[in-house]
Design a protein around this ligand. Structure first.
Ligand code: GTP
Length: 292
């Protein structure tokens, strides 16, 4: 069991997807796009790596949503064999220190200095590496780029050393223990953020209202999905819908195409947009949307 922790936007989801070898978690330029603990599984030779992705640790705002996110981080890091603490190479901020402070003593921590490709000259990194080495007893410090396949491959050999000998938890071909319904919500959310760029606040979410499966003589299997994008303001709703509904159409179309590939079946997807102002501050509502 490997936990991937770190403040928002350092590249945890990118790293998880690269390690699993297939897109499981969503990534975006916007901070805090990962809201759930997502398990990705990779079996390499005799070793099975089970990864837990965690939401970026939010320290700035303290809404009900953020409290629930922070609880999810705490829940993940308690019971794993090794923790990968992801930071950006050349930077160790107070937010990184805060995440480090949450880690349970006794569990080995591999410090991943990600986005190495953004560091101009590697020699410049040496003093920084020395500085961070003094911050804690890291099992290893790994400067790398989650976008470089060679670096990612090297990570398996590093993590392996910290894993116990025991039977595998999952089958060799399994990639995630997440349901298709969950993946449907994540996929719509990824497209939503991709097509709205930085305009839409991260408090917008996606709720799956319907997920019905039926056999189909023509396609083998068919799934009907209804999704609602919940935003906080009328202005955000207009933004999501776009001119003449173009943007919403695009979000729905791309999400449907991706889901058909992911689930290997015919998908009918309806996407609606609703306004719920202030939902991020309402604890009961946060729970009803599935964030505990
Ligand atoms: N240049 C470069 N960019 C990267 C690398 N890894 C991730 N990124 C980019 O960094 C941004 C954030 O990546 P994510 O994987 O979504 O980050 P995250 O830590 O999961 O973010 P949260 O979900 O907010 O916690 C995206 O634009 C990625 O493409 C890397 O090795 N090099």
């Amino acid at each position: 069991m490997v936990a991937i922790v770190g403040k928002p936007n350092v590249g945890k989801s990118t790293l998880l997807n690269a390690l699993v070898g297939q897109k499981i978690s969503i990534t975006s330029r916007k901070a805090q796009t990962t809201r759930h603990r997502i398990t990705g599984i990779r079996t390499e030779g005799a070793t099975q790596f089970v990864f837990a992705d965690t939401p970026g640790f939010q320290t700035r705002h303290s809404t009900a949503l953020n409290k629930s996110l922070n609880k999810a981080v705490m829940g993940t890091i308690g019971d794993v064999d090794v923790v990968m603490l992801v930071v950006e190479a050349g930077r160790f901020t107070p937010a990184d220190a805060k995440v480090l402070g949450l880690l349970k003593p006794g569990i080995p921590v591999v410090l991943v200095a990600n986005k190495l490709d953004e560091v101009g000259r590697r020699a410049e990194l040496a003093p920084w590496l020395q500085e961070v080495a003094a911050k804690a007893q890291f099992a290893e410090i790994v400067p790398m780029s989650a976008k470089n396949p060679k670096d990612v491959q090297r990570v398996f050999g590093i993590l392996e050393k910290y894993l116990p000998e025991q039977p595998w938890f999952y089958g060799e071909d399994e990639l995630t223990d997440r349901s298709e319904k969950f993946l449907a919500g994540e996929t719509v959310r990824e497209k939503l953020f991709r097509f709205t760029g930085d305009e839409l606040p991260y408090t917008s979410t996606v709720v799956i209202d319907k997920f019905e499966e039926e056999p189909s003589p023509k396609f083998g299997r068919m799934v009907r999905i209804a999704a609602t994008i919940v935003v906080e303001r009328d202005g955000h709703k207009a933004m999501v819908i776009g001119e003449k509904g173009e943007r919403l159409k695009r979000i729905g179309m791309e999400a449907r195409q991706e889901l058909e590939k992911l689930m290997d079946c015919k998908v009918f997807l309806e996407v609606w947009v609703k306004v719920r102002s202030g939902w991020a501050d309402d604890e009961a509502r946060v729970r009803s949307f599935g964030y505990e």
